[in-house]
Design a binder for this molecule. Structure first.
Ligand SMILES: Nc1ncnc2c1ncn2[C@@H]1O[C@H](COP(=O)(O)OP(=O)(O)O)[C@@H](O)[C@H]1O
Ligand SMILES: CC(C)(COP(=O)(O)O)[C@@H](O)C(=O)NCCC(=O)O
Ligand SMILES: [K+]
Length: 256
């Protein structure tokens, strides 16, 4: 069985891939920034395997993508001890023999490379991958699988958190799209501002990139918050919550 570990700035996601049925089984996550991260790692992982009746030795391969290098050593060390297998950590060298190319392999986030690997392997055409994580990212790929560029914006939750931590009177609000785009009280004002604002941002970004490149893109959405902006359903060809995990698996396999 293959285990994918995707370390993002909000969550470290663990997911098992069933090679017989070629499908992802249920995942579990640990909050990346938690002060109890190490304790959670040592508690949640064994508990998950115990509950699902899987013995750690059944995990033959582990692929590991991280955009939070501070925690890499901890995770590598834990896996080596618990599974008896050292994870394959995705590095810039992992991209050398892939179908997809980046002009800045040393700089681009490995999660974005995973997204593109999965998306391009499936569609083999011009793509924009929109990832709704801690950051909201747009990764633009041409028909040959070359990454033309990346746009980075504060993610939805990051924008709301930044607003309430930087003001005296603004509260934290739920990430919920209100009925009206015009705020009638403070909570509604923030929800309308951020959620309708970001809906327009995503639409406008895709439009501007398309105009600039004169390309027609297939747009794939992923990330923990991909389903929040419901008016974007028409803009996305597909919402694939497993895109990063799938790319992680493909990049790991390509490097075996
Ligand atoms: N299933 C979910 N439902 C609601 N919020 C979620 C879910 N999964 C993730 N989130 C939230 O979405 C944000 C982005 O999550 P995620 O995509 O895991 O980010 P990252 O990859 O940057 O760690 C985080 O604030 C996280 O708490
Ligand atoms: C852009 C990101 C912060 C997104 O991280 P996430 O929201 O998934 O936690 C991450 O991919 C990253 O640190 N990238 C390095 C810079 C780049 O991709 O150009
Ligand atoms: K991510």
């Amino acid at each position: 069985m293959f285990l994918a570990i995707d370390a993002g700035n909000s969550n470290v996601v663990f997911a098992l891939y069933d090679e017989v049925n070629e499908s992802w089984k249920n995942h579990f996550r640990i909050e990346t920034q938690s002060s109890k991260f190490a304790a959670q790692l040592h508690k949640k992982v064994p508990l998950y395997f115990l509950e699902h009746g899987i013995i750690p030795a059944e995990i033959k391969r582990i692929g590991f993508s991280s955009v939070v290098p501070e925690i890499n050593e901890q995770i590598l060390h834990f896996c080596e001890n618990y599974f008896g297998t050292l994870p394959y950590l995705i590095t810039p060298a992992s991209f050398e023999k892939l179908l997809i190319k980046s002009l800045r392999p040393n700089e681009i986030g490995s999660d974005l490379m995973c997204n593109v690997m999965a998306g391009y392997s499936k569609y083999r055409k011009e793509l924009i991958v929109v990832d709704f994580g801690t950051a909201l990212t747009f990764t633009v790929v041409d028909a040959k699988g070359e990454i033309i560029g990346v746009n980075i914006v504060p993610g939805l939750k990051t924008a709301i958190t930044s607003l309430f931590t930087n003001t005296s009177k603004l509260p934290d609000v739920a990430l919920k799209l209100p009925q009206s785009a015009i705020g009638k009280d403070t909570i509604h004002a923030i929800q309308a501002g951020v959620l309708y604002g970001y809906t327009s941002l995503v639409k406008g970004m895709i439009e501007t990139i398309s105009l600039e490149t004169k390309m027609e893109f297939t747009v794939i959405a992923t990330g923990g918050l991909a389903e929040i902006l419901t008016p974007l359903e028409k803009v996305f060809h597909e919402i694939d919550r497993n895109l990063t995990l799938e790319g992680l698996r493909l990049i790991t396999e390509a490097n075996l």
